[in-house]
Design a protein around this ligand. Structure first.
Ligand SMILES: [Zn+2]
Length: 370
């Protein structure tokens, strides 16, 4: 029987005599509760996992007769729905080996901390990851880091797609490769290295250059989430968008523009707007601005990237992939997110709130891609 307990990571604190803060200091989790007569604080004290709900209610009503049992039960339900409670009487998890329980023990605390859904099982997130299939297109700087994060976190199956071989100029950021890999196909080196990190995971790869939406559609159809970690050819994000909208596959893109790191997170099953909507909206915004004149000097710098810029993009992309798989945390979807490494305080979320009426992918004309 359920013995509700406040999650240790969400430990409440009483401020003065009339306010309780639960969830610590983390934005998106913390909440303030007004509590002038102290009954909420008393309730949280009873939610220590030593009592079933009926006992909690009886004890609280005895101490605070002005708060009827129904109100107390409702408060417990609200705390549970907000993700603050777990079950102290939860049986030992099934479906994970002793080695898996040990390997992912520290991750459990993170999932529990970020999970704002009503309680079900402490290991549900890990089990959802283990059943998942992810394809990563592009094993460059972003793809290396993201693939490693996904493998370390315990996803079920990973398929890597990448056409190139390892070059010396890759080694400042593509963390799966070593000097001994120079000249090897990246996908071959990456699969080998990833298996060394976690032999429990089914990891495959193909040396292949994606050349259009059809090729991506095939990859998307066999995966739960597609991660696009390549920025070439020019329209590859739109191709991925079309492919994933056609198959209904959730997808993420990760990249950077110098020190501006960004990801996009999309779930077609909830409807638009999609990546192409955002692209169309951006073009319209630019067209409405005063005409821009670009400096014409012939200075095209080399591709600017570091282990930090590519790595942070990869970490954020892997985080978004796992959010789409597990719902933890429940990130806003159909949006792009970014952060400037120059200030570390200019984070942004971009994208229209509704589908673009002329969008060829998720709008009225989308049938042409199916
Ligand atoms: Zn669209």
């Amino acid at each position: 029987m359920w013995r509700p307990r406040v999650k240790p990571e969400h430990r409440p604190v009483r401020h003065g005599t009339d306010r309780v803060r639960i969830g610590g200091i983390v934005p998106g989790i913390a909440a303030d509760i007004r509590d002038p007569d102290g009954w909420v604080w008393a309730l949280l004290g009873l939610l220590d996992g030593s009592r079933v709900v009926d006992q909690v209610v009886a004890d609280l009503v005895h101490r605070f007769p002005t708060h009827p049992a129904d109100e107390v039960r409702e408060a417990i339900v609200d705390l549970d729905r907000a993700g603050y409670l777990e079950d102290a009487a939860e049986p030992a998890p099934t479906g994970l080996s002793a080695a898996e329980l040990l390997r992912y023990e520290r991750g459990l605390g993170m999932w529990r901390w970020m999970d704002r859904a009503a309680w079900s099982s402490s290991w549900k997130t890990q089990l959802l990851l283990r059943r998942s299939r992810v394809v990563v297109i592009g094993i460059g700087g972003v793809g290396c880091t993201a693939a490693l994060d996904l493998v370390a976190s315990g996803i079920g199956r990973l398929h890597c797609v990448e056409p190139d071989v390892v070059e010396l100029s890759n080694l400042n950021r593509q963390i799966l490769f070593t000097e001994g890999d120079l000249g090897r196909p990246k996908v071959q080196a990456a699969v080998q290295r990833l298996k060394e990190y976690n032999s429990d995971i089914h990891i495959t790869g193909e040396q292949h250059r994606v050349d259009g939406p059809a090729a991506i559609r095939e990859l998307a159809a066999s995966s739960d989430v597609l991660l696009l970690a390549a920025d070439e050819p020019q329209h590859i994000r739109s191709w991925a968008n079309q492919a994933c909208w056609a198959t209904g596959t959730a997808w993420v893109h990760g990249g950077y523009h110098g020190p501006l790191v960004n990801i996009g997170v999309y779930r077609p099953s909830v409807g638009g707007p999609c990546y192409d909507c955002a692209y169309a909206a951006e073009r319209e915004h630019i067209a409405a601005q005063p005409k821009r004149t670009f400096w014409t000097a012939d200075t095209s710098p080399p591709h600017a990237a570091s282990a930090v810029s590519a790595g942070i993009a990869g970490h954020l992309a892997a985080h978004a992939v796992m959010s789409l798989i597990t719902g933890v945390p429940a990130l806003r979807v159909n949006r792009q997110f970014g952060v400037s490494l120059v200030t570390l305080q200019d984070c942004y979320a971009l994208g229209p709130d509704a589908p673009h009426p002329g969008c060829p992918t998720c709008g009225p004309h989308r049938a042409r891609h199916r």
